[in-house]
Ligand binder design. Structure first.
Ligand code: ADP
Ligand code: ADP
Length: 226
């Protein structure tokens, strides 16, 4: 069974903008897939449709064999991390990470244990009590990542995960994502307009242009030898 299937997925916005057409994709468990293409080609729209934040105009999205096309975001086994991190600036690091667990009806002890474990994993324990607005870009990126992971998603969706980071931090986070993929077996789908990011991180690249899929393949198939 595939982890994620997009079958003829399309999106036309209310104002008539045709953002995505006939998007077909099958993603296996634990794969790391990049949507690559210029600004405005429909990458974010597709990601938001997978997450459920955007309705689907045509086609279907199947996760683990279940059609989720009409399932609201909070009931999909997905977790989305936004480019601007969307952290609460005045909340502590630990509270920011635990926020997504509040809707899950866990006891505070269970919540603490889960948040503690993920902070450990991402080397954030020493920052637990700090306010989010006191942290560097790389630290905030790790917190956003922790917040996405703490709900134990089946599929993690990332919108330009490395875009706001300098080259050094980019490498650090890139390595972290690779380790998480290995350790947790999570399936990753991320969007980027940077070819280097797609090449460095993904098992397969979906090259998009003007709302259409132009090519799908491994970095090697698309760009030749690494
Ligand atoms: P990308 O992520 O590749 O930059 P988007 O998915 O954001 O592309 O946008 C694809 C197209 O849809 C663009 O033409 C964009 O202007 C348009 N678009 C995005 N969001 C909306 C919206 N809410 N309403 C109308 N058009 C939109
Ligand atoms: P399952 O364990 O059967 O896969 P979940 O526990 O993930 O289902 O489902 C969470 C909630 O989503 C349940 O209340 C279920 O009734 C609801 N649900 C399942 N399928 C759909 C659907 N196609 N549209 C809307 N809600 C759904």
């Amino acid at each position: 069974m595939y982890d994620l299937e997009l079958i003829g997925v399309g999106k036309t916005y209310a104002d008539g903008t045709l953002a995505v057409s006939d998007f077909d994709l099958r993603v296996g468990r634990g794969e790391f897939v990049a949507f690559l293409g210029p600004s405005g080609c429909g990458k974010s729209t597709t990601l938001r449709m997978i997450a459920g934040f955007e309705t689907i105009s045509r086609g279907d999205i199947i996760i683990k064999g279940r059609n989720v096309s009409d399932v609201p975001p909070e009931r999909r086994p997905t977790s989305m991390i936004f480019q601007n991190y969307a952290l609460f600036p005045h909340m502590s690091v630990a509270d920011n990470i635990g926020f997504g667990l509040d809707v899950k009806g866990l006891s505070s002890a269970e919540k603490k244990a889960k948040v503690g474990r993920i902070m450990e994993m991402l080397d954030l324990t020493a920052l637990a009590g700090k306010k989010a607005d006191r942290l560097s870009g790389g630290q905030r990126q790790r917190i956003a990542l922790a917040r996405g992971l703490v709900v134990e998603p089946h599929i993690l969706l990332l919108d330009e995960p490395l875009g706001a980071l300098d080259a050094n931090l980019r490498r650090v986070i890139q390595n972290e994502l690779k380790l998480l993929q290995k350790d947790l077996g999570i399936t990753f789908v991320f969007v980027t307009h940077a070819q280097s990011e797609a090449l460095g991180l993904s098992d397969r690249v979906v090259v998009m242009n003007r709302g259409r899929v132009e090519q799908i393949g491994t970095p090697q198939e698309i760009y030749g030898a690494p």
